[in-house]
Design a protein around this ligand. Structure first.
Ligand code: HEC
Ligand code: HEC
Ligand code: HEC
Ligand code: HEC
Ligand code: HEC
Ligand code: HEC
Length: 266
């Protein structure tokens, strides 16, 4: 066991050194500005990641699989080969559809909704939400969204009971099924085909259209049907990001109750 670990470590070290050499020696212009400290910071983030555990190393992403050429700033394509389902779903939602259609990537400058001014030029891709070296999904679940989104609903999340639940869990590598993040509602988890891992549906339009899809696919994992529907169709409650229990009463539930009483009376 110890021997295996030592071999893994020395492999990591030599890979890191050769990467370091690439960046500090004959690297492309943009990468040349990296200091040794920055490269070792990146290496430390990677070492603590799910990728390091799974033997996904620097060259898995920084080397073109065909030409074997060194790639300084890999794009979505570097993720796609291993994460096909995440990429496919990403391309179907508002965030990714421009790429699917061969247009320039979505940026906050193109948005109708309010966005953070400093994010206006940020291109939407996997890196927009994921730190590609730590691949820590905790940061991706809320903080990454708020680097761009600046509307009332998004900003109010931090005042919600849902946010308290999330914060109370502490910084796990991955939020548990009991917490509610932006991603819980907008990038919902689905059972993967292998059954062992959650697959995150990266289509950020999926739970919005039709709106009641979110009630059944997300809210009802934890709340009753009536509570979920009365919340989701209340625009003010959505704007406050669910800061209080629902006060709205959808008439259809009363009708169902009357029907049920009639049936039981017969
Ligand atoms: C999962 C894929 C992946 C792995 C593994 C990976 N990288 Fe990266 N790396 C990227 C991507 C994607 C970018 C471009 C990020 C961007 O454009 O914001 C990048 C950028 C960089 C940069 C440039 C950062 C900058 O701001 O210009 C350096 C340096 C780097 N990686 C070093 C490494 C080293 C060293 C390792 C191994 C310890 C490594 N990477 C492992 C995907 C990866
Ligand atoms: C060579 C294959 C490979 C490449 C390339 C790759 N990954 Fe991964 N990735 C994996 C494996 C294996 C895992 C761990 C098992 C799993 O969760 O599926 C993983 C896990 C992850 C996780 C979950 C981390 C966690 O803590 O659960 C994220 C997020 C992720 N990868 C994002 C990316 C992004 C973004 C890129 C591109 C910049 C990328 N991956 C490139 C193979 C790869
Ligand atoms: C790089 C900036 C950026 C990041 C990061 C980002 N978004 Fe977005 N998002 C956008 C832009 C731009 C739009 C399009 C808004 C518009 O057209 O008005 C958008 C649209 C959306 C929409 C509306 C989709 C629709 O079909 O109308 C949802 C929901 C959403 N984002 C959720 C999220 C969540 C959740 C996160 C974090 C997990 C996130 N976003 C991270 C930029 C970003
Ligand atoms: C809008 C932000 C956002 C974008 C863009 C994004 N992700 Fe994610 N991704 C997340 C969040 C948040 C999670 C964790 C959600 C959870 O576990 O509840 C996640 C989880 C993952 C996971 C681990 C869960 C799984 O499905 O196995 C992988 C792998 C992953 N993303 C890959 C990618 C790839 C590849 C891309 C680009 C095609 C990408 N992501 C683009 C926010 C994003
Ligand atoms: C408990 C579930 C839930 C959480 C948590 C949540 N949202 Fe939403 N979000 C909704 C619902 C419901 C809507 C409204 C859908 C509609 O208008 O059809 C919505 C709408 C949106 C929209 C689209 C607004 C529009 O007018 O098109 C964006 C963008 C968005 N959310 C981003 C976020 C971000 C960012 C976070 C975290 C900071 C977040 N949401 C947290 C449920 C949630
Ligand atoms: C993972 C479980 C979970 C999911 C999924 C979930 N919630 Fe919640 N929600 C909770 C918990 C726990 C509370 C806090 C209950 C309490 O403190 O009384 C809560 C509280 C609320 C509240 C009341 C807030 C307050 O201040 O009293 C509303 C409204 C609400 N949720 C709506 C929704 C809607 C709408 C959805 C789906 C879009 C949803 N929730 C998804 C677990 C969840």
């Amino acid at each position: 066991m110890k021997k295996v670990l030592a071999i893994a470590l020395s492999l990591t070290l030599s890979l890191t050194l050769s990467m370091g050499f690439c960046f500090l020696g004959n690297a492309p212009a943009q990468a040349q500005s990296m200091t040794e400290a920055e490269v070792s910071d990146i290496t430390a983030q990677w070492k603590g990641s799910a990728h390091a555990l799974a033997d996904v190393n620097c060259s898995s992403c920084h080397q073109d699989s065909e030409t074997k050429a060194f790639v300084g700033k890999p794009d979505n394509e570097s993720c796609q080969s291993c994460h096909e389902a995440e990429t496919d779903t990403f391309l179907l939602g508002k965030h990714g559809i421009r790429r699917l259609e061969g247009q320039s990537p979505l940026t906050p400058a193109k948005a109708r909704l309010p966005m953070k001014a400093e994010a206006h030029g940020q291109q939407m891709n996997c890196n927009a939400c994921h730190n590609v070296h730590s691949v820590d999904t905790y940061q991706a679940s809320v903080d990454s969204c708020l680097t761009c989104h600046n509307d009332e609903h998004s900003l109010n999340y931090k005042n919600s009971k849902h946010s308290q639940l999330f914060l109370a869990e502490g910084n796990l590598a991955r939020p548990s099924n009991a917490s509610v993040t932006c991603a819980t509602c907008h990038l919902p988890r689905e059972a993967s085909e292998s059954g062992s891992n959650a697959l995150v549906n990266h289509n950020n339009t999926y739970t919005l259209k039709p709106r009641d899809r979110m009630a059944s696919d997300v809210c009802m994992n934890c709340h009753g049907m009536e509570y979920a529907f009365n919340s989701i169709f209340d625009n003010e409650l959505v704007k406050s990001n669910f800061a209080q229990p629902p006060e709205m009463h959808l008439k259809s539930f009363d009708m169902v109750r009357v029907l049920q009483q009639k049936r039981e009376g017969n």
